[in-house]
Design a binder for this molecule. Sequence first.
Ligand code: FRU
Length: 504
Amino acid sequence: MNSQTLRDARKYEETAEKLIRDEGRPEFHLSTRVGWMNDPNGFSFYNGEYHLFYQYHPYDCHWGPMHWGHAVSGDLLRWRYLPVALAPDEPYDKDGCFSGSAVTLPDGRQLLMYTGVIQEPQQNGEVCEVQAQCLAIGDGVDYEKYEDNPVLDEHDLPEGASRFDFRDPKLWQTKDGTYRCVVGNCRTDGSGQILLFESEDAFHWRFKKVLLANNNRYGKMWECPDCFPLDGKQVILTSPQDMLPQGFEYHNGNGTLCLIGSYDEETDIFTEEANQSVDYGIDFYAPQTLLTPDGRRVMIGWMQNWDTCNMHRQTDEHKWFGQMSVPRELSIRDGRLYQQPVRELEQLRRNEVRYDNVIVDGTIQLEGVKGRKVDMEVEVAPEDEQSGYRRFAVRFAQNEDYQTSISYRPYEEVLKIDRKFSGSRRAIIHQRRSKVPSENGRIRLRLILDRFSVEVFVNDGRQVMTATIYTEQAADGISFFADGRVRMNVVKYELVADSATPLC
Ligand code: FRU
């Protein structure tokens, strides 16, 4: 039986979404149906379709009592909204259904595991959120909360683990048919950790061990953990709050961390070998992965950062806030995490425009190269390896007033994304730099533009820089700049997500 809270939300979103024009949204990135969106949740393949749930507050473009929004897709790019799946309507989740994940049960039902939140007044007058893990079972549209919720609460926590920061379960089924889940947690000393739990049937859970402790190395609380094998290694993703910068690798605030190592299945010991940022741009957080039916590990993240929510969009014309990144195929190469947009994106390509061996010296524009829904590959090398070049830039979402750019300085080995001139009137972060090792000045960039965002995949996905841009859509110019002589190849496609696109 659906609660009144859920029915109200379902009714509201159906009416309110009509106020949003299709052209006022991204074309192939999932945006919230209406109101507010944050983390991806329950990213899964169920009953022949991809399901993506998300942290959702339908009634406002700001964060509020969390629901789970819901959308499905056959190709990870063209999404269809389903009715909101979860609402905060039980005593154990009355203040929010926070992030979580999904698996398919042996009997064919879909199981969602999420964090139920209740606010608890403390003796000192403060109000703190108590967080516990809950289940809901459904058929891909309607979900019923489990009668014995919560299934993991403060009584299941090891010594020193805080019950106020205990959230974002990611669960999976192991080869022997049993279940595991990792949950983000904070020690009472403020340092993040990932807890591992196990279950025979996905309903009765027990604590297994602290899988990994932050020891105050990367930020504080670790949110949204994910843990999976990839190309012979084990990968742990997590999103730390309150990071301090480390060179060009990690930046201030909330970030995304990737740990690569090995995993002993007998002892559940993860041995770390390498660490890196997941995204080196401005707007990417709380990613979650799934395994596709054809065996690809695909990651999707919230294309936003917490510190600048709602801050550089100018008008109230938009009745939505929050979009997801393009889903990205993951692989490990040379001990690093590589990301590529899902190959399904190639099906949306239209109207190829190609230029080979263009010499850039100063600023140029190329006939047919413009747009705000674009997939563009740019390959650059110095015309003369001896003399090299000092700087190369691609400028986009450009007109007389505005532009955003990605620029590379080979001598410094620094790639910079800069949205300072994108039309924002707020004093927020508009630039980010990342270290990109120079291969004699050669660099390959793949830019994915979708009305309100840019994702730059660098050197075949060795690094990615993502940023939202709310520049008016009429600013659709693209130009290239070089200080020094550069030889450049460009292939550019328009991206169109219409229903004529064949499904892969
Ligand atoms: C991460 C996060 C999660 C939490 C959710 C609440 O962005 O803070 O830890 O479950 O958002 O909306």
